[in-house]
Write a protein that binds this ligand. Structure first.
Ligand code: 4GT
Length: 251
């Protein structure tokens, strides 16, 4: 998969993108990450990539032309339907499902804003999608782009290797993962659940699903509105609800 990142701060990507799983993906030629410095496409004599906002209000706005030229350079030879994604707090909120969808593309292009944002005509004429990583404002789209790259490349076959399939993760099927343990079997008075120590794979799978369901009930009940659950799982949820009903909140 080829990912083109357009940014005024390409050096921000050097550390994170040369570590661990991301590096492994690049080393195995599963990820071809191409950084484009938008300033290289600012063709006026001062190489200005930003300008003052129409209507006043202070701050600076990234000019449309250098961003457009950088996108067009990245799009040269790209397959039809290559997404051009604007990183913005006004975009739809990124998720596991969007990560999986993006991983199906041979190439994606990500545009990182800075200052007060990018001239809106880039969004109107050039972007095919706008993504946010959550409801908060950052100083640039670079960290969101790195978050999205990390989440996307986990879905490229061969990237995760021995750590296993991404579809056992939290959010893969709308519920959270249960707890994990490693040695020692007892630590500071807390034992690893016996079912995990026994190693009966069918029982372990059932226990993990129940724990995931219990965690989702406790920490993210909103997820249960859309999770696809079996009859047995719905029954289990009802038992959690009954357990809670038995607790006196004001003892
Ligand atoms: C937050 C997000 C994002 C920003 C997010 C344009 C200039 C936007 C600064 C940029 N803040 N980008 N993608 N929540 N800030 O994803």
């Amino acid at each position: 998969m080829q990912i083109d990142v357009l940014t005024l701060f390409p050096a921000m990507f050097e550390g994170p993108m040369t570590e661990s799983m991301l590096w492994k993906a690049r080393d195995r030629n599963l990820l071809d990450l191409r950084l484009h410095d938008i300033r290289d496409y600012a063709l006026d004599k001062h190489k200005s990539a930003d300008d003052i906002p129409y209507g006043g209000g202070g701050g600076m706005i990234m000019k449309a032309e250098p961003v457009a030229l950088a996108v067009e350079a990245a799009l040269a030879g790209a397959p039809a339907g290559t997404p051009v994604i604007l990183m913005t707090p006004q975009g739809r909120v990124f998720s596991h499902d969007i990560a999986k969808e993006l991983a199906q593309h041979e190439q994606i292009i990500m545009v990182c804003g800075r200052y007060e944002g990018i001239d809106d005509r880039v969004r109107q004429l050039i972007a095919t999608d706008e993504l946010s990583i959550g409801d908060y404002v950052l100083t640039g789209g670079e960290l969101p782009a790195m978050v999205i790259i990390d989440a996307v490349i986990r879905h490229i076959p061969g990237v995760l290797g021995a750590e296993g399939a991404a579809d056992a993760d939290s959010h893969a099927d709308g519920i959270l993962e249960g707890p994990h343990f490693t040695r020692p079997p007892e630590w500071r008075g807390v034992s690893v659940p016996q079912v995990l120590q026994d190693g009966d794979h069918a029982k372990v799978a059932k226990w993990r699903r129940e724990q995931g369901l219990r965690r989702t009930w406790q920490q993210r009940p909103d997820l249960l509105m859309t999770a696809e659950l079996t009859e047995d799982e719905r029954y289990l949820l009802a038992t959690f609800a009954n357990e809670d009903a038995g607790k006196n909140p004001h003892p």
